[in-house]
Design a protein. Structure first.
Length: 309
């Protein structure tokens, strides 16, 4: 940025913040289309924790640094190219030979073999670290703000004949593996139910519809594709399981999955939860209001009928 009305003749540039440019710096800054500039700009968008992972930092010599530097070279060549020569996406490919045909399978095959135990591999923390690297597409810097959050206290918007509540888990930077997914964030108004212990507690007896949605990150096929997850309805007092509805996925691609079920509880004080019971190495559940959702809806206060599974 620059400030055109400053007294530049009497200004000490050392007193300026980093993003403010002196007039004699504008030409260099605006005309710099080097690969180093673009690689550095891209590196600033990565969270600091990646520097300590096996992937390495975005400006280091590891896998992440290699890809980031190739990106900087690509953007630099595009910025310096004649605009008349770029009319279609395919015109970009020759600007950085090899970028679009990077042999990732050959590059990461030894690493995957090590993680799988071939030739005395290493599991555990290293696998989790690499999984976080491959799942980077889910780790956004900023959280999406859903407009319903402004209505969290507007219980008057719900029908007097219908109790309702909805929640989501964590933020976009949150990732979970096996265990209970902590649905602890309210989204929209809630009536006759409340959040507690990572789930939604029913405050009335009778039939409740329970709907859960999760988003599962992708994983290389050799690492492990399966995932088992479920909705549990438990007693809020002691956590004992009252009812379960399950779903199984056997695919390595990123997917959004849903479970829709109903339960009849004899009294108030039951809690709906979401659990991941089995998950292949490298797979994770991505957080955030647009990727996770647990919703309950009261249908009837009668308990004189049963739900057949």
């Amino acid at each position: 940025m620059t400030l055109p009305f400053m007294d530049w003749d009497n200004m000490d540039r050392d007193e300026l913040v980093e993003t403010v440019l002196m007039p004699d710096q504008l030409g260099t800054a605006l005309q710099d289309q080097s690969e180093t500039k673009f690689a550095t700009q891209s590196a600033d968008r990565f969270p600091g924790y990646v520097d300590g992972t096996l992937a390495g930092g975005p400006l280091a010599s590891g896998p992440l640094g290699m890809v980031n530097k190739m990106y900087g070279r690509f953007v630099s060549r595009v910025a310096q190219a004649d605009p008349a020569t770029i009319e279609k996406p395919k015109d970009l490919q020759p600007l950085v030979p090899g970028f679009f045909n990077l042999p990732l399978q050959d590059l990461f095959a030894p690493l995957l073999n090590a993680l799988m135990g071939i030739g005395g591999g290493v599991l555990g923390g290293a696998l989790s670290t690499i999984a976080n690297f491959f799942a980077g597409r889910w780790a956004q810097v900023d959280d999406l703000h859903d407009g319903q959050m402004q209505l969290n206290d507007r219980v008057d918007l719900l029908s007097p004949l219908q109790d309702y509540g909805s929640s989501y888990a964590g933020t976009q930077n949150s990732l979970w593996n096996k265990g209970k997914i902590p649905f602890g964030k309210q989204i929209g108004p809630m009536k006759k139910c409340h959040l507690a212990s990572g789930g939604i507690v029913f405050e009335e007896q009778g039939m409740w519809d329970v709907r859960a949605r999760v988003t599962i990150t992708s994983t290389p096929p050799l690492v492990g594709a399966f995932i088992d997850w479920e909705i549990r309805v438990v007693k809020d007092s002691d956590g004992s399981i009252f009812s379960v509805s399950r779903d199984t996925l056997e695919s390595s691609s990123a997917q959004s999955r849903e479970i829709n079920t109903s339960v009849v509880v004899p009294t108030a004080g039951y809690r709906a939860e979401v659990w991941v019971t089995n998950i292949g190495p490298g797979r994770q559940i991505a957080g955030g209001p647009e990727r996770t959702r647990l919703t309950v809806q009261h249908i009837s206060r009668s308990t004189s009928f049963q739900i057949e599974g």
